[in-house]
Ligand binder design. Structure first.
Ligand code: CTP
Ligand code: MG
Length: 222
């Protein structure tokens, strides 16, 4: 198990409503293998960071989520707002921002991002796109760009804290892809190797994939 990285904060975003999952409760509170997605996400960073900050939905029962060493803050209306709220609490030089809805983070993924932050202001994992990607206009095909130009974005996303604060101040908008804001500051952003198991639980069938992971893959992964 890698040691604590000095000067590292982690933000775990868990303030969404999970509307597409349609489960009656926000998806981060659903359990797979007897543990909630949120709890799994927190565990992935425990022992790695100096500080863990978790955004939770307004009005959520913080007693249910309470956990030693974890600082809870109420989230905002959008993901970007939740990031801004949590970021104002961050007290270290580097920060990893992670979606609670991606509970299967390996230590290799974290180590790669932290390594890239030595030379870059931002780094995050990506995956190749498997399906063809098209531009749709009014329900008809407008254009088919070359698929190899595209990557799928995952989290955790790592930043130098000062850079992210400045990027949000200057370029922040509601639908911001945070690394793009850093790129607009003229800083290079590094892509690291993602994992198919870093998928974001979004619709109900993804719970079955998560169960498969817990039963068959997790026992073999470090
Ligand atoms: N999130 C957040 N604050 C918000 C919105 C989202 O902290 N205001 C978090 C979610 O809890 C999730 C992550 O950001 O862990 C990624 O968002 P998404 O997958 O879109 O989750 P939800 O917004 O909860 O789901 P949906 O869009 O289906 O309602
Ligand atoms: Mg959402």
């Amino acid at each position: 198990m890698p040691n604590v990285t000095p000067g590292l904060s982690v933000i775990i975003l868990a303030a969404g409503d999970g509307l597409r999952m349609n489960a009656g409760v926000p998806k981060q509170f659903l359990e797979v293998g007897g543990e909630s997605l949120l709890s799994r996400s927190i565990s992935a960073f425990e022992g790695r960071a100096d500080e863990i900050i978790v955004t939770i939905p307004l009005g959520a029962d913080s007693d249910v989520v309470a956990r030693p060493g974890v600082h809870l803050v109420p989230g905002g209306r959008t993901r970007t707002e939740s990031v801004a709220i949590a970021l104002s609490e961050v007290s270290h030089d580097r920060v990893l921002i992670h979606d609670a809805a991606r509970p299967f983070v390996t230590s290799t993924v974290i180590t790669d991002i932290l390594g890239a932050l030595e030379t870059h202001h931002c780094a995050y994992p990506v995956m190749p796109v498997v399906n063809s990607i098209v531009v749709d206009k009014g329900g008809e095909l407008a254009k088919t760009p070359k698929r190899s130009r595209f990557k799928e974005v995952q989290t955790p996303q790592g930043f130098r804290t000062k850079t992210l604060r400045r990027a949000l101040e200057l370029h922040g908008d509601e639908h911001a892809h945070l690394p793009e804001l850093v790129r607009r500051l003229g800083k290079k952003v590094k892509h690291t190797e993602g994992s198919p198991w870093l998928f974001k639980l979004t619709y109900a069938p993804s719970l079955q994939m998560a169960q498969y992971y817990v039963d068959h893959v997790e026992p073999t992964v470090r």
